[in-house]
Ligand binder design. Sequence first.
Ligand SMILES: CC(C)(COP(=O)(O)OP(=O)(O)OC[C@H]1O[C@@H](n2cnc3c(N)ncnc32)[C@H](O)[C@@H]1OP(=O)(O)O)[C@@H](O)C(=O)NCCC(=O)NCCS
Length: 195
Amino acid sequence: MTATKEFLETTALPMAVRPSVESDVPAMLAIYEHHVRHGQSELDAEFMAPDPLRDDDIKRRRKNMLRRRLPHLVAERGGAVVGYAYAVPFRKRPAYRYAVKHSIYVHPGHLHSGIGRALLPALIESCTQEGFRQMFAYIDASNMASRNLHEAFGFRLVGVLEGVGLKYGQWTDTVLMQRPLGPGASEPPAYSRTT
Ligand SMILES: CC(C)(COP(=O)(O)OP(=O)(O)OC[C@H]1O[C@@H](n2cnc3c(N)ncnc32)[C@H](O)[C@@H]1OP(=O)(O)O)[C@@H](O)C(=O)NCCC(=O)NCCS
């Protein structure tokens, strides 16, 4: 079977987005590691930790996030995890407790086949339901796939951090994209978050 035919057949399978469970962690780790090694995201193989991220680290982080009512979602296609997305606090200080930043990663064999389009709005919806009011993404300026995806879901460019990264000897820019959730900053919060 040709790679194109295989891609078309695989990406035609039904897809669903759901909250992650602990047994999804190895699949998420494999996706993450691929993008660290080959990707354009904020991650960087050049300075990969000598002791790379392990299942246990992701499991602990996932539990921490769930305890804080931060959404952690996976996309499944044909029974396999093909992407994931999660939110973390924008900053740790309590004044920022209604703002989140997020990450989204799609399986390398399923890129540009609608997974991001399914995961990102689901994450936006979950964050809105949890009462968060602003959502941010830090994106490598050259990562047009991510910039376009975010723009398609209401994120706008609010800043360019110039020369903040050094990748393979080149200074890189990062863009900051933001979208309000629910009423955003137009009303006080409906209920009080402690973290
Ligand atoms: C960025 C990423 C999450 C997009 O997810 P995806 O599932 O490939 O995207 P989708 O197929 O749902 O496409 C949604 C939109 O994103 C944009 N997009 C996706 N891939 C693109 C590409 N290669 N070039 C330009 N725009 C692209 C398009 O606007 C697309 O809409 P369209 O289908 O009408 O063209 C995915 O490319 C990825 O995981 N990249 C590596 C990790 C990463 O960079 N994460 C983001 C860190 S901020």
